[in-house]
Design a protein around this ligand. Structure first.
Ligand SMILES: [Zn+2]
Length: 312
């Protein structure tokens, strides 16, 4: 309910937000309750791979698969949460994809996470991101980073515990700052190697240990462009399950200056005029290609474009 209200107040909310399940934070701590959910015929599985999900073949939604007897007997099942009282479990799509494609249901289709984010209704895209990111974390944490011992799933997938040293491990998300840099009515955009011709986007980078998100914004812009910026203002965030980032979107001001690619991460970085960005947003600029709509980068650019249009 809270999430639904948040979305209504933010018409430009990014793809992969809006997951509407009840995560059952308290109930999942009770193994007997989780076991009952596994054996309830109405319970379903949502299948996700490293960067793919399983969609219903006929409806624009994730497939809800009946649980197999093998999945029902799994004492390390991963519960995503409750959907109108129905328990949804995360099912690893990778084994079926790689070794037994014939075992995938006929009435379902595998699509990439990016396609899912672009095609699905918002809450289904959010659920896809959640299932994929959680499964990705479990795949990478079978062994304890503290002592190297084996870890097991507890709380129906919300943590892992080391069998040797008993350390608890919790799913992590990696914070990334991504920022629209404006200076005198122009935008600072950069491009990375391998992007399609003409594609430019806003700058971004991981938050470092011992650093606030605002400090990361200032540092990353300086490293990637040599430009000094000030007054970072938070705009919106977005789960980015490739494999488990949280994008923190900012707007920040600059006084101009000549961009220089200092750290070598970008192929090119430069200022783009209001006219260049507005024509690219209207798909009338063949030299400048903006990032795709599922990215928060595009949400930040589109907000700026809307403001520019409103001031004529
Ligand atoms: Zn350990």
């Amino acid at each position: 309910m809270e999430v639904a209200r948040l979305r209504q107040s933010q018409p430009n909310s990014p793809a992969f937000t809006g997951m509407s399940l009840d995560r059952a934070q308290m109930l999942r701590k009770d193994p007997a309750w989780v076991s009952r959910q596994l054996h309830t015929p109405a319970s379903r599985g949502i299948a996700a791979g490293v960067d793919a999900v399983l969609l219903d073949a006929t409806e624009s939604r994730l497939a809800r698969l009946p649980l197999t007897p093998e999945q029902q007997a799994d004492d390390e099942a991963i519960l995503l949460g409750l959907e109108e009282e129905v328990a949804l479990f995360a099912i690893d799509l990778e084994p079926a994809r790689t070794s037994a494609p014939g075992r995938l249901p006929d009435d379902a289709r595998v699509v990439s996470l990016r396609e899912a984010g672009a095609e699905l209704p918002q809450s289904e895209g959010g659920l896809a991101a959640y299932a994929a990111a959680l499964l990705n974390w479990h795949r990478r944490h079978r062994f304890c980073p503290n002592c190297g011992g084996s870890t097991v799933i507890i709380e129906a997938g919300y943590a892992r515990r080391c069998l040797t040293c008993q350390a608890m491990h919790f799913p992590r998300t990696d914070p990334v700052v991504i920022m629209l840099v404006e200076g005198h009515g122009r935008l600072l955009l950069g491009r990375r190697a391998g992007w399609p011709d003409g594609r430019y986007s806003v700058l971004a980078g991981f938050v470092s240990p011992g650093e606030s998100a605002e400090e990361a914004v200032l540092r990353e812009v300086k490293e990637e462009s040599g430009i000094d910026v000030y007054r970072p203002e938070f705009v919106a965030s977005q789960p980015w399950p490739f494999p488990s980032s949280l994008m923190l979107g900012f707007e920040v001001q600059a006084d101009g200056g000549d961009p220089v690619n200092l750290d070598g991460e970008l192929d090119d970085v430069g200022w783009f005029t209001r006219e260049e960005v507005l024509s690219a947003a209207a798909e009338r600029n063949t030299r400048l290609l903006l990032p795709p709509p599922i990215s928060i980068a595009r949400v930040l650019i589109d907000r700026w474009v809307t403001r520019q249009r409103s001031i004529g």
